[in-house]
Ligand binder design. Structure first.
Ligand code: UT7
Length: 328
């Protein structure tokens, strides 16, 4: 069909928060954070910067990389767990900020798996009779807006960032699609292990919810860790089996960058540790932006060439998980 990744972009806030900075804020240590997570530092958005600000900049960078202008985009899909508002959507705000005309826009909330959910959805909408030609997919996350800076078990993990991917259908039947095979999945029966309890329709914001710190991330770390490994391994194996591609043929494996130990466990079980791309040390967990940042770094550093096979996998609240085998 000819649906290809035409460009990538990212937006990383300037301000850096190191493990040493965190040592001054909570009872933690650089040694604990590095050993347990692999994270050395993370980037933090300014107070006045929202997810749509980060996402719009990533989108403009991706459009420039694609050699396209915003008015050529036919559809915008944004993944985020930190929308600027309950409504309007972040995608509508980004449409306005980048000057994308009146194209349809919607947000996807699949937590850390959101970029892969969005790429899956975008591909479906391009390959279907809807036939969207150029789609902008953005993952924009201001995770620090959900972080309790007094909770050492979560505040050391997250960072802010956005990433974007421009997809284009060139209409040439001889051009192979970027999408080789994918799996998207969820298990709502364990939704309570990773949650921001208040601020939605279940428990609207009140003085009490603020006093009880119910607007911050609450996570069962070890359980989440265990499910992350099993679900990403099984999704990757299913995608490889569906596609008939062997692990040897993969050029890069890009797992969601939540924790170095999760990544090592998944890569070890799949037998591809030498193919893994890592940047969790520099950004921490940027939720759905993480895989997009990796793609953009590889792309801009010239480390991927046309036709390379890239295996991506992610996992997050919901619980959701996904794997996508991409042809560059
Ligand atoms: O994006 C997708 C969703 N998130 C994830 O994928 C995260 C998955 N989970 C994890 O990455 C890990 O479970 C964590 C990094 C969150 C925690 O690592 P862990 O090895 O599972 O540690 P733990 O929660 O079992 O805690 C071990 C100890 C505890 O002390 P005690 O009870 O053994 O005395 C914690 O209180 O480490 C303590 N601890 C800390 N110590 C120093 C927890 N956080 C910290 C900290 N600094 N920041």
């Amino acid at each position: 069909m000819g649906i290809r990744i035409k460009g990538t972009g990212r937006c990383i806030p300037e301000k850096i928060l190191t493990n040493e900075d965190l040592e001054k804020m909570v009872d933690t240590s650089d040694e604990w954070i590095v050993t347990r997570t692999g994270i050395k530092e993370r980037h933090i958005a300014e107070a006045e910067q929202s997810s749509s600000d980060l996402g719009a900049q990533a989108a403009l960078n991706a459009l420039e990389n694609a050699g396209l202008t915003a008015d050529q985009i036919d559809l915008i899909i944004v993944s985020t767990v930190t929308p600027d508002h309950a409504f309007p959507s972040v995608s509508a705000l980004i449409q306005k900020k980048i000057g994308a005309g009146k194209c349809p826009c919607f947000d996807i909330e699949a937590a850390c798996s959101g970029l892969l959910y969005a790429l899956n959805t975008a591909y479906g909408m391009m390959a279907s009779p809807l036939a969207y030609k150029r789609v902008l997919v953005v993952a924009a996350e201001k995770m620090t807006s959900l972080v309790d800076w007094q909770d050492r078990s979560t505040c050391v993990l997250f960072g802010d960032a956005a990433a974007a991917v421009v997809l284009e259908n060139d209409g040439d039947p001889n051009t192979p699609d970027f999408y080789i095979a994918g799996e998207v999945a969820a298990d709502g029966s364990v939704s309570d292990i990773l949650i921001v309890p208040a601020g939605g329709s279940r428990t609207p914001a009140s003085a009490e919810t603020v006093a009880n710190k119910q607007h911050y991330i609450q996570m069962g770390g070890p359980k989440t860790f265990q499910l992350a490994v099993t679900s990403m391994v099984s999704a990757c194996r299913n995608v490889l089996e569906k596609s008939g591609v062997s692990p040897d043929e993969i050029v890069w494996a890009i797992p969601h960058q939540a924790n170095r130990r999760i990544i090592d466990a998944v890569a070890g079980k799949l037998g591809i540790p030498e193919k893994v791309y890592l940047n969790v040390d520099r950004y921490g967990n940027t939720s759905s932006a993480s895989i997009g940042i990796c793609l953009d770094e590889l792309n801009r550093e010239g480390k991927i060439k046309k036709g390379d096979l890239i295996l991506t996998a992610s996992f997050g609240a919901g619980l959701t998980w996904a794997a996508l085998l991409i042809r560059w």
